[in-house]
Ligand binder design. Structure first.
Ligand code: AMP
Length: 497
């Protein structure tokens, strides 16, 4: 099926094409027609399946076609999307910006952990679509800043995660304030009894749609975990890249600054690397992707948002330099390797602060990631011997030269689907009042910890250092300044003995 068959309005089709999408995903094929027909939808699908477009496109269509409220009434909220974390909220509003860019509709996002002024102003000005996390929304509702008089569509996103995170009562309080006459689109990755009961209570004769959970794709990729302290990660990366079998690696960092830093460190170790993230121009990103595809660049360092839609064949390794704080991102990331039955390996670095993320990830993929105990930068271990680091660098230089020497990775370099065009730069250029620099926001802070508190109404986590991580004092000194620095002190016997 192609998008044109979905009976979407021309401005939406144009936006979808501009995003580089050609075929709708299964959840889109199943959910868009009933949603366009005005039916309630019960969707069993998780992030990564294309479910945002599955609800955003019909909403945009309905609101564009419907009669706009009289100007005297400002712009009352016509669609509400409730989602558990600020990261998801930011992503959803970015999607509205992308898909709704050729409409005259407006949108805004609200979540906790940041001042409410800008959000309050957006609400006073009025928006057609409001994306919100439950805690802050309730706060603003209690201040009488939110009116649902004109509400037509309600989306409950990631209902099971709302339950896990203890937000279900807040969700029920929000729902109680909504008009009964509305369209409801309900999405959940799993359907525990409490979520089933909730769905039965709020949906009327819903169209039921389901897609295979994304978490299963992880099983096609060999996964390995390295416990390593944060300041040792760069040494471990260089060490691992000493293996020439890592022909084409996609390295993920949490932030743009992190991506730049890692790239510089790799270049200093004579490993060809390029960074792609939202601070780079579209041209620079295209160039980086091209050199990665044709093999002159062995390592591409990316943030999650910049890597969206990138589909390059022949990625032999995905390396999680930083673990993602959204478990589904882990599944997306490692799904970039091992495509079409090819062998793929995912190597993940986990520092002490990331253990909670690891727990979340393992719960989501329902398995333990095998730990590599035998490596020279293991946490809790004294520093590597000078020899091991020296060897690692020598090996990596070989590997780097090899890739410079024109040895092309196997497999084609075809790019499918969205390609790099759906990067953050363009998305942020959209209209409406969504967050600018969504990439940063998504990366910034550690909203989610041990399955709790992803919503930033626990106000920690918003104001972070430039790399989006909590300050750790001296440990966060810019590593790029000393990429080939001497290895950490080695405990050897003093020379005079
Ligand atoms: P979601 O599950 O909504 O978070 O979407 C996951 C990713 O798939 C996002 O990066 C979307 O931009 C992308 N995406 C959504 N629909 C399509 C499509 N039909 N073709 C290609 N990419 C898509």
């Amino acid at each position: 099926m192609i998008f044109d068959e979905l009976k979407l309005a021309e401005p939406l089709l144009r936006a979808v094409k501009a995003e580089g999408y050609t075929t709708p995903t299964p959840i889109q094929v199943q959910a868009i027609p009933p949603a366009l027909a005005g039916r309630d939808v019960l969707g069993c699908a998780q992030t990564g399946t294309g479910k945002t477009a599955a609800f955003a496109l019909p909403i945009l269509q309905r609101l564009s076609e419907g009669r706009p409220p009289p100007p005297a009434h400002g712009r009352p909220i016509r669609a509400l999307i409730l989602t558990p974390t600020r990261e998801l909220a930011s992503q959803i509003v970015e999607s509205f910006q992308a898909y709704g860019r050729f409409t005259s509709l407006t949108w805004a996002v609200i979540f906790g952990g940041v001042g409410q002024n800008a959000q309050e102003q957006a609400l006073r000005r009025g928006v057609d679509v409001l994306v919100a996390t439950p805690g802050r929304l309730l706060d603003l509702m209690s201040q009488k800043l939110v009116s649902y008089k004109a509400l037509e569509v309600f989306v409950l996103d990631e209902a099971d995660r709302m339950l896990d995170m203890g937000f279900i009562h807040d969700v029920k309080r929000v729902i109680a304030a909504l008009p009964a006459k509305r369209q409801t689109l309900f999405f959940s990755a799993t359907m525990p009894p409490e979520i089933q009961a909730l769905s039965k209570g709020i949906l009327k004769d819903p169209a039921k749609v389901e897609v295979v959970p994304q978490s299963t794709t992880a099983e096609t990729v060999e996964q390995k975990l390295y416990f390593v302290e944060r300041e040792q990660k760069r040494h471990l990366l260089v060490h691992l890249l000493g293996d020439a079998n890592i022909r084409r690696a996609l390295v993920f960092t949490r932030t743009k600054h992190g991506a730049n830093r890692v790239t510089k460190q790799l270049e200093a170790a004579r490993i060809s690397a390029e960074a792609i993230h939202g601070n780079k121009s579209q041209n620079a990103r295209e160039r980086a992707l091209d050199s990665f595809k044709e093999g002159s660049c062995r390592v591409l360092v990316a943030t999650d948002i910049a890597a969206r839609g990138i589909d390059i064949e022949g990625i032999t390794h995905v390396i999680n330099f930083d673990l993602p704080n959204i478990p589904e991102s882990y599944v997306h990331r490692i799904g970039r390797t091992g495509r079409a039955g090819a062998a793929g390996t995912a190597l993940s670095f986990c520092d002490t602060e990331e253990r909670a993320y690891l727990k979340d990830i393992e719960r989501t993929i329902r398995r333990h990631v095998p730990v590599v105990g035998d490596h020279p930068f293991r946490s809790g271990q004294t520093a590597p011997s000078a020899t091991s680091l020296g060897e690692a660098q020598a090996q990596s230089e070989q590997g780097g030269q090899r890739s410079h020497g024109g040895q092309r990775p196997q497999g084609g370099q075809r790019r499918q689907g969205g390609g790099q065009r759906s990067g953050e730069g363009r998305r942020n250029g959209g209209q409406g009042q969504g967050p600018r620099g969504g990439g940063q926001r998504r990366g910034g802070g550690r909203g989610r910890s041990g399955g709790q508190g992803g919503e930033a109404r626990q106000s920690q986590g918003q104001h972070r250092g430039s790399d989006g991580r909590p300050s750790k004092g001296a440990a966060s000194a810019p590593a790029a300044a000393a990429p080939r620095s001497a290895p950490p002190p080695v405990r050897t016997a003093p020379k005079w003995l």
